[in-house]
Design a protein around this ligand. Structure first.
Ligand code: ATP
Ligand code: MG
Ligand code: FE
Length: 336
């Protein structure tokens, strides 16, 4: 079964063709990062307009890459939540028109379920159940993946997402947008004990997380240093920051894995590219005996293939949408 998959929830427009859930025939992506860099963050209006400009050409490119005609497309899958509402709407409306024109089913896909599914593409042997740490620009969740379409939220950030925190700290340090990857490079060789940074706990919710205190602590540290004319040890700060983020994420993920006892842990989302988090999860899973599944860097950020993969499993579960499908800025991962 060939699925045409569409993703437009943030600042990447992506169209993929995925066969039977796990074989990627084409994955065409247009990033808008250069447009948003000058503003230091994603400007929603610009994002929507750029999606409109890119999406038709990307679909043509994806079909050409896949080497199949439109008539061989059996269904259309699309990210319908969560994300920037105007951006998501572009993909949803394009997907509706393709579904109508080709007379094939329309499958709505939750964006974070898609991030999790990137692991199915990377690891053909991986099947639920497993525990997944989902860390991206807008979401930080610990999820019980009981089945392909049966997911339960175990814990979530109460404030900022981990990726958002990386981006804001990078911005105040003047090292560019999006800041996760340059922060990661800066941290290499830095002393991770150089600065003492907080690790927050949420009272009575051991699997919930919080990053706003950490973000504020770094911002205060930078502003105080600037006021006093002191020079910061930037690699040390980046390494101390990555350690604080990882110390918040990894023990909670392992706590969830221990409670559920599946023996399998996966990571998903843009921040899954972070070298410190990957290394800490590797040693934690070595110690606990859990098998760890990490997506390759190319599948951590937004892409269409992950939507086509999850779309296949949603299709098998009977999930369909009509022409009244709406887009949502927020949506419970458990509800799909
Ligand atoms: P969401 O998936 O929550 O809707 P999004 O789609 O914008 O948000 P992704 O594209 O999955 O998020 O991930 C982007 C985020 O990943 C950015 O915040 C970016 O800084 C972060 N990121 C990318 N590489 C790294 C890295 N090596 N270390 C830390 N963060 C990283
Ligand atoms: Mg992005
Ligand atoms: Fe994403």
């Amino acid at each position: 079964m060939n699925i045409l998959a569409i993703e437009s929830s943030c600042d990447e427009t992506a169209v993929a063709v995925v066969r039977d859930g796990r074989t990627v025939l084409a994955d065409a992506i247009a990033s808008q990062v250069d447009m948003h860099t000058i503003y230091g963050g994603v400007v929603p209006e610009i994002a929507s307009r750029k999606h409109v400009e890119a999406i038709v050409g990307l679909a043509d490119r994806a079909l050409a890459q896949a080497g199949i005609p439109k008539s061989r497309i059996d269904a259309v899958a699309v990210t319908y939540a969560p994300g920037l509402i105007g951006a998501v709407l572009v993909g949803v409306n394009f997907a509706k028109s393709v579904s109508y024109a080709l007379n094939v089913p329309l499958i709505p896909v939750h964006h974070v379920r898609g991030h999790i599914a990137a692991n199915y593409i990377a690891h053909p042997e991986l099947e639920p159940p497993f525990v997944c740490l989902c860390v991206s620009g807008g979401n930080t969740l610990i999820v019980d993946v009981r089945g392909y379409t049966e997911l339960e939220l175990l814990g979530a950030t109460r404030d900022d997402a981990a990726g958002e925190c990386f981006d804001k700290v990078a911005r105040v340090l003047g090292i560019g947008y999006p800041g996760g990857a340059p922060m990661d490079r800066l941290a290499q060789g830095g002393d991770d004990t150089r600065y003492e940074l907080p690790r927050a706990h949420v009272a009575d919710a051991p699997l919930d997380l919080s990053f706003s205190g950490l973000k504020t602590a770094v911002l205060n540290l930078v502003h105080n240093a600037q006021q006093k004319g002191e020079t910061l040890d930037l690699p040390g700060l980046a390494a101390s920051f990555a350690a604080a983020v990882s110390d918040t994420l990894v023990p909670r993920t392992m706590e969830a894995a221990g409670r559920l006892g599946y023996g399998k842990v996966a990571v998903a989302g843009g921040v899954a590219a972070n070298s410190r988090i990957r290394a800490d999860l590797e040693s934690a899973c070595r110690a606990s005996g859990d098998k760890l599944y990490l997506p390759p860097l190319s599948l951590c950020g937004d892409n269409g293939a992950m939507i086509g993969c999850q779309g296949y499993y949603e299709y098998l579960a009977g999930v369909r949408a009509g022409m009244d499908l709406n887009a949502y800025a927020n949506r419970d991962i458990g509800k799909g």
